[in-house]
Design a protein around this ligand. Structure first.
Ligand code: AMP
Ligand code: ZN
Length: 504
């Protein structure tokens, strides 16, 4: 099969061949665990999961690693020199305050002013959400999920090598910086030049740094700081690592010096991934760190990037528990919503989108159930030469063209396939990539109903309230009965009537 991906490094589509087929090495930048991950973050993680599942489906053995950033990610991460405050420290302050006031979930953290406990809490929450959404790497926690704070020695070893090779230098106060001028390819991934960076795009010189930093874009490798809550001894003083070194250190430790694929969201291209390349290649002397760099575009809300700092975000829990739409949402529906648009196009998060996704998931589930029944659960053996499964894989082989892949499946469903064992086999294969748990009928069905029914339910709730106001209790009861027949749980409170699709 000819596979091609868009490589950010060359800004072009390139045929994909792993270095050591059938093995594929893949690294994805994971979450910074100072808060719940939002569904924008999950768009990036799920795109990586889709990529990995596709490669597995065509026969590769993928080792997929994801890191957990629990130290060193600074609030001013758009510049490369480690400015601002560690996100873990500011979260600890915020949570301590809210625990005092008993205002939010921070009450579940025994000592919220301890950033290690904060990290533990949000890492567990992330892994739980990730498993709920079917992220395969999260099920392999012990082998493939790596915490930065568990790998300080590997980071220190790398910093030592960078100093030895003249790629890093230490300032009088002990701070260790990477010297971007020592690495001629710096800027290649993001299309930046050192001159551009010097004049403002991603560089900055703090007054106190001016005397010691050689170039504004030189970035932090180690910061001696006794007052930092997360700190380790080092040859450069007790302190903490810069954000970028963790990924270089963990990727080479687990996957080797040159890896096949590296993923992340588009905001990581610069400075984070640019810095990773400079560090890794600076140590190994190789021309590449990752051979393919794939980046997901942002999930947007009303034209703006979904982000914690803007406050315009939903967590996975918010969406599944109906906080985004007023209706509970099945995990498969959210998963599909977040993977169904091409990863290199921005996508908007909307109620309508979720309800369209629900219709697709429901259709596939119902079809699978009926094929199971008709075939007696006997799936026929099929391989990549099968016209439907083969066409699906083919579409994905073209830079993960999921819309084309799903378009083919919808046409196939509309043709009412008659060979139930073969159709069941196709559904099972599809599920290895889509991750909808198509054969788990006991799971709750999606709640974001497709078009008609949702609107009908809303209007019935309204009718109940209007009838009750007019003291027409018979009509209110009739409307309530209708909702129950449609499978809704109805509740009327002082605020009015609302309904929730009963979980099947
Ligand atoms: P963070 O937790 O900030 O380290 O980010 C984790 C991942 O989420 C990174 O790969 C980011 O690029 C990605 N990301 C952040 N916001 C969005 C968004 N709105 N849409 C897609 N990916 C995002
Ligand atoms: Zn990273």
């Amino acid at each position: 099969m000819n596979i091609q991906f868009y490589n950010t490094l060359s800004n072009s589509m390139e045929p994909f061949e792993p270095l050591n087929a059938p093995k594929v090495t893949m690294y994805s930048c994971g979450p910074t665990v100072y808060d719940y991950a939002h569904i924008g973050n999950f768009r990036s993680f799920l795109f990586a999961d889709l990529l990995r599942r596709f490669l597995e489906a065509v026969g590769y053995e993928v080792r997929h690693v994801m890191n957990i950033t629990d130290v060193g990610h600074m609030t001013e991460d758009q510049v490369a020199d480690g400015g601002g405050e560690d996100k873990m420290a500011s979260a600890a302050r915020r949570l301590k305050e809210s625990k005092k006031q008993g205002t939010d979930h921070a009450t579940a953290i025994e000592n919220p002013d301890d950033p290690f406990q904060v990290a533990e809490f949000y890492m567990d929450a992330f892994l739980e959400d990730a498993r709920t959404l079917g992220l395969k790497v999260a099920f392999e926690e012990s082998e493939n999920i790596f915490r930065a704070t568990d790998h300080i020695p590997a980071m220190q070893a790398m910093i030592t090598k960078l100093l030895e090779r003249g790629h890093a230098y230490q300032c009088v106060d002990g701070t260790v910086y990477y010297s971007v001028e020592s690495f001629p390819s710096y800027g290649k991934l993001s299309g930046n030049t050192l001159d551009q960076i010097r004049s403002g795009a991603g560089g900055r010189v703090e007054a106190e740094d001016q005397a010691s930093k050689r170039h504004p874009a030189d970035f932090l490798l180690w910061k001696p700081d006794e007052s930092h809550l997360m700190k380790w001894d080092s040859p450069w003083g007790t302190g903490y690592p810069g954000w970028h070194i963790e990924c270089s250190a963990m990727a080479s430790l687990v996957l080797g010096d040159v890896i096949d694929l590296h993923t992340g969201g588009e905001d990581l291209i610069f400075p984070h991934h640019e810095c990773e390349i400079a560090q890794s290649c600076g140590v190994t002397g190789e021309s590449h760190f990752a051979r393919f760099w794939l980046h997901a575009r942002f999930l947007m809300v009303e034209g703006e990037k979904m982000s914690k700092s803007k406050g315009n975000f939903f967590t996975v829990r918010d969406v599944l528990q109906g906080k985004a739409t007023g209706r509970d949402v099945h995990p498969a529906v959210l998963r599909y919503e977040l993977i169904k648009s091409h990863y290199r196009a921005n996508m908007n998060f909307t109620k309508k989108g979720l309800s369209d996704s629900a219709a697709v998931v429901r259709k596939l589930r119902e079809f699978t159930a009926s094929m199971q029944q008709k075939s007696g659960g006997e799936a026929a053996p099929i391989d990549q030469t099968h016209p439907i499964w083969g066409e699906f894989l083919n579409a994905l082989s073209d830079d993960l063209n999921i819309s084309k892949a799903m378009g083919g499946i919808m046409t196939w469903l509309a043709s009412s396939p008659t060979d139930a064992s073969e159709a069941l086999a196709v559904c099972q294969k599809l599920d290895t990539i889509l991750g909808f748990s198509l054969e788990e009928p006991t799971q709750p069905l999606e709640e974001a109903e497709a078009g008609g029914e949702a609107e009908q339910a809303e209007s019935l709730c309204k009718q109940i309230d209007e009838a009750r106001q007019a003291k027409d209790y018979a009509s209110a009861d009739a409307a309530r009965q209708k909702l129950i027949e449609l499978g809704y749980e109805v509740s009327t409170t002082k605020e009015g009537t609302s309904c929730k699709k009963q979980l099947v």
